[in-house]
Design a protein around this ligand. Structure first.
Ligand code: GRF
Length: 191
C-alpha cells in the first residue's frame, strides 16, 4: 500500500479527482495527507470532510523559503510518502526540498510544456495566437516547470475564447490526466 501526500494551495479540484479515483479504482495506495500553505484552502475542508488528515503550514509564518520548506519536509516525512503530488500548489520549492524528494514528486502545469512555464499560461497561448492549449504532468526538478514529462493533453483554442474558457476546457482534461498518470506510476512502483 503506497502512501500519497497531496500539496494544494486553493480549491484543490485536482486533489479531489485523485482522491475519488483512488477510491473508485481501488488503487493500492492511500492519500495519507492533504497539506496546504494556505490555511483557508477550500481543498483542506473538503479533505477533512472525507476523513483525510490535513495540515496547514502557512508560508507567511516563515521568514525564508528554506525555513518554510524545512517545516514542510519535517511534517511530510512523518507520513512516509512514496509519492508527493503537487496539485495547484502555488509555492516555488527550494532545491533542497526537491532534492530530498527527487524521483517521487510530480506536478501538474496548465500548458503544453516546454511551452509557457510559469504563470498566466492560457492568456499567453491566446496572445501568441496558438491553436491549442493544454496540460502537462511532469516530474519535479529544481528547474521550475521543466522536469521529465509523464503525460500531456492538448485542447483546441476556439475563435473568441477567453482565458477562462480555455482554463475550463483544460481543467476537464486535468481531472482525467492526473489520476491516469498516478495510476501508472503506482503500477510501475509495484513492478
Ligand atoms: C490548475 O490550473 C492546475 O493546472 C494548476 O493550478 C490550477 C488549480 O488547480 N496547477 P486545483 O483546482 O487547485 O487543483
Amino acid at each position: 500500500m503506497k502512501n500519497i501526500v497531496i500539496l494544494i494551495s486553493g480549491r484543490g479540484s485536482n486533489m479531489i479527482s485523485i482522491v475519488e479515483a483512488c477510491e473508485q479504482e481501488q488503487w493500492n495506495a492511500r492519500i495519507v495527507a492533504v497539506i496546504s500553505n494556505n490555511p483557508n484552502a477550500a481543498g483542506l475542508f473538503w479533505a477533512q470532510n472525507k476523513g483525510i488528515e490535513t495540515l496547514a503550514i502557512d508560508h507567511k509564518n516563515y521568514s525564508t523559503r528554506e525555513d518554510f520548506d524545512h517545516e514542510m519536509m519535517t511534517k511530510i516525512d512523518n507520513f512516509a510518502p512514496d509519492l508527493i503530488v503537487l496539485a495547484g500548489f502555488m509555492r516555488i520549492l527550494t532545491p533542497g526540498f526537491v532534492t530530498h524528494y527527487e524521483g517521487r514528486i510530480i506536478n501538474i502545469h496548465p500548458s503544453l510544456l516546454p511551452l509557457f512555464p510559469g504563470l498566466n499560461t492560457h492568456q499567453r497561448a491566446l496572445d501568441a495566437g496558438h491553436t491549442h492549449a493544454g496540460v502537462t504532468v511532469h516530474r519535479v526538478t529544481a528547474e521550475l516547470d521543466h522536469g521529465p514529462i509523464l503525460g500531456q493533453v492538448a485542447v483546441p483554442i476556439f475563435a473568441g475564447d477567453t482565458e477562462e474558457d480555455i482554463a475550463a476546457r483544460v481543467l476537464i482534461e486535468e481531472h482525467q490526466l492526473y489520476p491516469q498518470v498516478i495510476r501508472k506510476l503506482l503500477k510501475d512502483m509495484e513492478s
